[in-house]
Design a protein around this ligand. Structure first.
Ligand SMILES: *Cc1c(COP(=O)(O)O)cnc(C)c1O
Length: 393
């Protein structure tokens, strides 16, 4: 019965093995033990690398941060607990009272809310302008303006920003150009090659890709900005958990293949929808009938995205009938999942807007945004053909 070793004593490290695991080990440890106070000094002073406390950093976050850095052609990016934490790291971690920031007028809903509700409360002034209209962006600039935040392809109308024009404007006025690259991903668009200073991702979406991880990532060209955002995230507790990072690494291993497949199927689905009598219009940047087609071709160099929007003939009744008839497709407000998902802006992401404002954006009751997944393309198109017919006949 007698045991001189208390049962809670932990082993130091794993059992020895001459071989090594092919999968990155999951390291859920919150704390890391050091040899001596001198050794800890060495770590804190940066003479050696080591972990101390997982909110400050852990191996699984670093593994995906370096992978995401490579994808964006950057170094020193920060993994955050969500895409919104990454947006917050930029806006709250870099701006101060008295500053002014300009955002695209069709940013992700929560980013818009942060701009409209939270920043002004802290004395940071904000303006929104159409990122396809550089003159409008220019008109919004004030002496206090510090940055412009845009998405290259906007949600859900898939309008394409004038990235070259905005980059020139930012250089001219010494503003930070921030691009949320969630929709386009580095597979289709690498913002640093187009003048961006900071790139944001919701890793939750296409990058992790399985709707089982919530994470974000932000990286600046300037290492000093990365340091400031990292410290802000550590202090406010916005860094990502080891398990989420571990799962995201697994998702990233197949990201290129998933993106290419979904992109090809999306182009196919857009053409298929455009041929249906029950469909009023289809929005896909690579189609020649897209209003920003030339800009999309120039910016994305022939690449596309996995998002297709379209408008059914008919109102809410047709929309209800469509989601009911779209068998096997999730009617769920996300994107980038392995399965195709449907979003209905009028009842979800854009429900807070007035009907008038929605109409100006073209978001009528028949409007759907489709995030194309990895289903067989023929089978997927057949589901849409059948559901559109059921909803509009
Ligand atoms: C989803 C999304 C976000 C927010 O990401 P979360 O991981 O949900 O916090 C930000 N920007 C865009 C473009 C998004 O689609």
């Amino acid at each position: 019965m007698k045991n001189s070793r208390p049962s809670v004593m932990r082993p130091h490290g794993l059992p020895e093995s001459a071989s090594h695991p092919v999968v990155t080990p999951l390291s859920p440890s919150v704390v890391y033990a050091s040899e001596t106070p001198d050794a800890l000094d060495d770590q804190y002073e940066g003479r050696v690398h080591g972990y101390t406390y997982s909110r400050e950093g852990h191996p699984n976050a670093d593994v995906i941060a370096r992978r995401l850095d490579d994808m964006e052609g950057a170094t020193g990016g920060v993994v955050t607990g969500s895409g919104m934490a990454a947006v917050s790291a930029v806006l709250l971690g870099l701006l101060k009272t008295g500053d002014h920031v300009i955002g695209g007028d069709q940013l992700y809903g929560r980013s818009l809310r942060l701009m409209k509700e939270d920043l002004p409360r802290l004395g940071i002034e904000t303006s929104l302008a159409n990122p396809g209209d550089v003159a409008a962006m220019r008109a919004a600039i004030r002496p206090e303006t510090r940055m412009i935040l845009v998405e290259a392809v906007s949600n859900p109308t898939l309008a394409v920003a004038d990235i070259a024009g905005i980059a020139a404007l930012c250089r001219e006025h010494d503003l930070l150009m921030v691009v949320d690259n969630t929709f386009t991903t580095p597979r289709a668009f690498r913002p640093f090659e187009h003048g961006a200073d900071i790139v944001i991702h919701s890793v939750t979406k296409l990058l992790a890709g399985h709707s089982d991880v919530m994470l974000g990532y932000v990286v600046a060209k300037d290492p000093a900005l990365n340091d400031r955002m990292r410290v802000f995230c550590v202090t406010t507790g916005m860094t990502g958990s080891p398990f989420d990072c571990w799962l995201a690494e697994r998702g990233l291993l197949s990201f290129d293949l998933r993106f290419d497949r979904a992109e090809a199927t999306a182009a196919r689905l857009a053409d298929c929808l455009a041929a249906l009598p029950g469909v009023k219009r289809v929005i896909y940047p690579n189609r020649t009938d897209h209003p920003d087609h030339a800009r999309a071709a120039d910016l994305l160099q022939g690449r596309g995205c996995n998002m297709v929007s379209f408008e059914l003939n008919g109102g809410r009744d047709a929309a209800n009938a469509f989601t009911r008839a779209a068998e096997g497709l999730s009617f769920a407000p996300t994107l980038g999942d392995v399965g195709t998902t449907l979003s209905h802006p009028a009842s979800s992401s854009h429900r807070a807007l007035t009907a008038d404002h929605r109409a100006r954006l073209g978001l009528h009751e028949g409007f759907f945004r489709v995030s194309v997944g990895l289903e067989d393309p023929d089978a997927l198109c057949a589901i849409f053909v059948q559901a559109v017919a059921a909803a509009t006949s």
